[in-house]
Design a binder for this molecule. Structure first.
Ligand code: ZN
Length: 310
């Protein structure tokens, strides 16, 4: 049995995972804005709490655990979260901290790469040679498979598809740049815009956001927000398609809850626009089979190249 930890910009999920990628038990909690003050200590204490709870549900002990895998947003190097802007984390040695308490091997990797590996092993990327995975939640992470292999640059995990500029001088991104894909097409940004333009509290939950969008389809403000979202989303996807020409793009993260609100219209726009250079290679666009659990499962799959980076 392994423990998979998925740290998101607004949520931590911890699962007990077996060797065939099944989640046997899961515990989660939502992170609030206040948690980002002293985020290092808060995250460690939440992880400790959730590990105890999840072990308890299966009457298991930490000695029964083969390894702990952590999926985190941001730039990851040698067991350290170098920077994760959405969590306000900087040079956080999370593996070192957890090793003080747990005497098991602990691995850390980028969340989008973890989720992509899980989808490749058990989900909708299985069987494809050239593919792209986008993890769209609080931010946007990316992973690219080329000729069946996960592409990684030698110096860092790379493939920060969420931070390609799609609008020069546009909306401010958490990374400091203006006009990033993430600043328009992350669910975190969608939540912010909906709260701002509809005069709602900034702390609306993901669940509430889905309800608001579904129940107000004829509302002009909602219509404009979704049109704007879909136009930018289509541009970002088209750039990725034109560069990598993947057979399939799989979307994971909390965007999986928005399939009927966003995805069909985005595909329609992509097909009728001239955004795709090579129309003959229009890829399949699917949601993650493992839904929002891909990060937890992927964190427990240790890939050969990981040692180079951790
Ligand atoms: Zn950015």
């Amino acid at each position: 049995m392994k423990i998979g930890i998925d740290i998101g910009g607004s949520h931590i999920g911890i699962g007990l995972v077996n060797n065939t990628g099944d989640i046997l038990a899961k515990k989660e909690l939502n992170l609030v804005e206040e948690d980002k003050i002293d985020a290092n200590n808060k995250i460690i204490s939440y992880i400790n709490k959730l590990i105890s709870k999840v072990l308890e549900t299966k009457d298991a002990k930490i000695e029964d655990i083969e390894l702990i895998g952590i999926a985190s947003p941001g730039v990851i190097k040698k067991g350290v979260i170098v920077k994760a802007d959405n969590l306000k984390l900087n040079k956080f040695n999370i593996v070192g901290e957890l090793k003080k308490k747990y005497n098991v091997p602990i691995y850390l990797d980028n969340d989008a790469k973890c989720a992509a590996i899980a989808e490749k092993e058990y989900g909708n990327l299985k069987g494809y040679v050239d593919s792209v995975f986008l993890c769209i939640g609080t931010g946007i992470g990316g992973a690219v498979f080329w000729d069946g292999h996960l592409l990684e640059s030698a110096r860092s995990p790379g493939f920060e598809l969420g931070h390609m500029t799609i609008d020069i001088g546009g909306r401010k991104c958490s990374c400091g740049n203006n006009g990033c894909f993430e600043a328009y097409s992350s669910i975190g940004n969608l939540r912010k815009i909906v709260a701002e333009r509809m005069g709602l509290d900034k702390s609306i939950t993901g669940k509430q956001l889905v309800e608001i969008l579904k129940n107000n389809k004829n509302n002009v403000i909602v219509g404009n927000i979704l049109d704007e979202y879909i136009r930018h989303f289509a541009v970002g996807l088209a750039n990725i398609i034109n560069i990598f020409e993947p057979e399939i793009i799989v979307l994971g993260g909390s965007i999986v809850y928005y399939e009927d609100i966003i995805i069909d219209k985005t595909k329609e726009l992509l097909r009728k626009s001239s955004l795709i250079f090579n129309e003959d290679i229009f890829p399949k666009i699917s949601m993650a089979k493992l839904k929002n659990d891909a990060g937890i499962v992927g964190a427990t799959i240790i890939r050969k190249t990981l040692n180079k980076l951790t």
